[in-house]
Design a protein around this ligand. Structure first.
Ligand SMILES: Nc1ncnc2c1ncn2[C@@H]1O[C@H](COP(=O)(O)OP(=O)(O)OP(=O)(O)O)[C@@H](O)[C@H]1O
Length: 372
C-alpha cells in the first residue's frame, strides 16, 4: 500500500497514557513480514532483544519513519505517526526522534560540534551554542568540539552520536545497538553512563541490543523479537526469567533445554530415566526443562558413591571445561548422551578435568518447564 504523507500530527484520545504505542506489520521487498506490538510509558526504556535477523532494526526504522509498515498504527505522546487506516505517515523529520545508528553514522569530515548540532542547522545561533555547551557537559565531551569526528575514539564517537540524537529535544530516542562498536571495558563503563543519562534526560527510549547485561542495565521493559514477531513483552526480569516457549528460551539464552516427561505433579523424568522435582506448573505431558548454565552447580563425584536422590542432582562426566575469566564453562555428558552446560565461579573449585565424574545440582527455583 502506498501511503500519503501527512505532515501534521493529531492528538488521539485514549493514547495519552502511553509515550509510545506501535502495532504494525512491516515487510521488506522479498523479505519476511515483521510484526511489532509494543507500548512504552513516559520516561521508560524498552529493549528490543532477540537473535540476529529477527526484525529489531526494521521495527526501529519503522518507528523513526525510515521504513513504512504495510499496515498498522504508531502513536507517540498522543500523536499519530502512522496509521494505515487513515493513510497517515508523518515523515521522519516531523516525528522528533533522536536516532543513534549502530555504526553511529557521524560525518567524519565535520567537527564534533557540527555533528552534534547537525539537526539544529536552522535554529538560531545562540540557541545552538547554548545547546552544544549543555550537551558537551552532559556527555563529557570537553575539549573535543573542534576535533574532526573521524579523529575521536570509539567511546567518544558513541557519546558524540548520543549528543547528536539528543540535540533536537526528541520525543523518543531510538538507539540501535548503541554500545556494539566498543571494546568490552569501554562498553561496561559507557553502559553505566548511558543508564545514568537516560534516567537524567527522562526521554522514552527504544534500544536494540543482543546483550543480556545491557538489557538489565538499560531496560525497564523488554520485547523479545524472534523470527519477525514480538513474541513476549514485559518488565525485563519477568521476560528474561520466564520464557513462554522453546523458541523464546533459546532466544533468551537458556543454555540447557532438557526434553522430559511429566510423571507426577512436580516430577519430571529425563530421557535417561533421572527424576527431577521442580516446583513449577506442568506445561503438558511432554515438556522441555529450560535452565541457564549459571543456575547449575558442579561437584566432583567419587565413583561408587550414590547420586543423591533429592530430585535436583544429576550425575555425568565432564567433556570439556573452558575458562571465561572468573567463570568456568563446563560441559557435562549425562548417561543418556544429553549434555549440560554449567557456568561456575572459577575460584569455587579446581578446574574440572575431561573424563572426571561429577554431579550437577539444579536450582529448582530457576528451572522453567515449557511445552515441548
Ligand atoms: N533492506 C532490506 N531488504 C530486504 N530484506 C531486509 C532488508 N533489511 C532487512 N531485511 C531482512 O529483514 C529481516 C529482519 O532484519 P533486521 O535487520 O530488522 O533484523 P535485526 O533483528 O535487526 O538483525 P541484527 O540483530 O542482525 O541487526 C531479516 O531477514 C533481513 O534479512
Amino acid at each position: 500500500m502506498t501511503l500519503t504523507s501527512d505532515a501534521t500530527t493529531k492528538t488521539e484520545p485514549g493514547q495519552e497514557g502511553h509515550a509510545l504505542t506501535a502495532a504494525f506489520i512491516a515487510r521488506h521487498r522479498r523479505g519476511p513480514a515483521i510484526t511489532a506490538d509494543l507500548t512504552l510509558d513516559a520516561g521508560q526504556t524498552l529493549i528490543l532483544f532477540g537473535p540476529s535477523g529477527g526484525g529489531k532494526t526494521t521495527i526501529l526504522r519503522a518507528l523513526a519513519g525510515l521504513h513504512a509498515p504495510d499496515t498498522g498504527r504508531i502513536t507517540c505522546a498522543g500523536h499519530t505517526w502512522y496509521d494505515s487506516a487513515t493513510r497517515t505517515n508523518v515523515p521522519v523529520q516531523k516525528r522528533g526522534v533522536g536516532y543513534l545508528f549502530q555504526d553511529y553514522a557521524l560525518f567524519p569530515h565535520l567537527t564534533v560540534a557540527a555533528n552534534i548540532t547537525y539537526g539544529m542547522r536552522r535554529a538560531r545561533r545562540d540557541h545552538r551554542t547554548r545547546k552544544l555547551a549543555k550537551l558537551v557537559d552532559l556527555l563529557n565531551l570537553h575539549g573535543l568540539a573542534g576535533r574532526k569526528a573521524g579523529q575521536v575514539s570509539g567511546g567518544q564517537a558513541q557519546r558524540v552520536a548520543l549528543a547528536r540524537a539528543l540535540a533536537t529535544d526528541p520525543r523518543l530516542l531510538l538507539l540501535d545497538e548503541p554500545l556494539s562498536a566498543l571494546d568490552t571495558p569501554t562498553r561496561a563503563a559507557i553502559r553505566s553512563d548511558l543508564r545514568a543519562l537516560l534516567r537524567e534526560v527522562g526521554i522514552p527510549a527504544v534500544i536494540v541490543t543482543h546483550e543480556r547485561a545491557e538489557t538489565y542495565a538499560l531496560g525497564d521493559r523488554l520485547a523479545l523479537i524472534v523470527d519477525g514477531a514480538t513474541t513476549q513483552t514485559g518488565p525485563v526480569a519477568d521476560v528474561m526469567d520466564h520464557p513462554a516457549n522453546l523458541p523464546a528460551a533459546r532466544a533468551l539464552g537458556f543454555d540447557n533445554l532438557l526434553p522430559a516427561t511429566a510423571t507426577a505433579p512436580d516430577t519430571y523424568q529425563l530421557a535417561g530415566g533421572q527424576q527431577l522435582h521442580l516446583p513449577t506448573t506442568r506445561a503438558g505431558k511432554t515438556v522441555t526443562i529450560a535452565i541457564r548454565a549459571e543456575h547449575l552447580a558442579l561437584q566432583p563425584h567419587e565413583s561408587g558413591d550414590a547420586t543423591p536422590a533429592d530430585g535436583h542432582t544429576l550425575a555425568g562426566t565432564v567433556t570439556d571445561a573452558t575458562p571465561e575469566g572468573r567463570l568456568t564453562r563446563t560441559r557435562v555428558r549425562m548417561p543418556d548422551g544429553t549434555t549440560l552446560t554449567v557456568l561456575t565461579p572459577a575460584r569455587d573449585h579446581t578446574p574440572p578435568q575431561p573424563g572426571q565424574a561429577v554431579t550437577v545440582t539444579i536450582d529448582p527455583a530457576c528451572a522453567v518447564v515449557l511445552p515441548a
